[in-house]
Design a binder for this molecule. Structure first.
Ligand code: UDP
Length: 243
């Protein structure tokens, strides 16, 4: 039985990468629409003042601890959280075994052309993988019926939505039943990294739990978002002393 640790009102699954992959595999086998979320500190902080996001996360079939902040928070609260399960890494692990399992993916999101580049990258890294469709993440309400039809008719097993937080979670939650895709995952900037537009932090920085700093340095437009980290630490500490 995998425990769920409540962090700022959101229940996060205490899973290892291997357990997360196993859970996704069983959700695909169950063949009912399900959602997987990748919770980092910024998302958990946002959920404290966005009830819609909080409810979506608490209704998700799997919430993985994406980010050093989420793992730190669980430990600070005295709970078990085995390791960080980054959304990007989860996608790579799923794609690695996808050819053997015949899983089909649809890549939805990011700027025009990026999902196509991510598809090419996946096809070169994971020979035999089936990416049955792509669609960029910039659209109006009038485009949505076409997007929904495109996803539905390509019948993927896994829908990866890279629209940013909380847009991807809200969009998936609103449409997952209609889409009837077994597993939908909000994956943030994953396609940008796969396409080579945005770099992942070097391993030593990931290990030193400094990936957030690398991202802020590389994309100064994100630097303002850094304020979320001390706020997150403060709120988690408040949760700890109030229980
Ligand atoms: N994006 C999108 N549609 C939008 C807004 C954003 O497709 O309306 C994409 C954006 O191009 C980027 C991803 O969503 O590829 C968000 O990446 P980010 O690293 O900001 O993810 P987050 O930190 O929000 O998970």
């Amino acid at each position: 039985m995998i425990e769920r640790v409540e962090i700022l009102g959101v229940k996060v699954d205490a899973v290892t990468m291997a357990q997360a992959v196993e859970r996704v595999a069983s959700l695909i086998a169950a063949d009912k629409p399900s959602m997987v979320a990748t919770a980092n500190a910024e998302m958990l902080l946002r959920a404290t003042h966005d009830d819609e996001l909080k409810n979506i996360l608490n209704a998700a079939n799997l919430v993985v601890p994406d980010g050093a902040g989420t793992v730190w928070a669980a430990h600070h609260l005295g709970k078990f959280m085995p390791e960080r399960v980054a959304g990007f890494d989860l996608v790579q692990e799923l794609m690695k075994i996808a050819p053997a399992k015949s899983w089909k993916f649809f890549l939805f999101g990011a700027a025009p052309g990026i999902a196509d580049k991510a598809k090419l990258k996946a096809e070169s890294l994971y020979p035999g993988i089936k990416i049955v469709g792509t669609r960029n993440g910039y659209f109006t309400a009038a485009d949505e019926p076409t997007i929904i039809e495109q996803i539905k008719s390509s019948r993927p097993d896994v829908l990866l939505a890279a629209l940013g937080v909380p847009k991807q979670e809200k969009w998936l939650s609103a449409h997952m039943n209609e889409l009837s895709v077994p597993v939908s995952i909000g994956v943030g900037g994953t396609f940008d990294v796969m396409a080579g537009v945005v770099k992942r932090a070097p391993l030593w920085m990931q290990r030193a739990k400094l990936e957030w700093l690398f991202r802020a340095l590389l994309q100064p437009s994100r630097a303002g978002r850094l304020i979320a980290l001390p706020k997150f630490v403060f709120k988690v500490h408040k949760q700890k002393i109030s229980c």
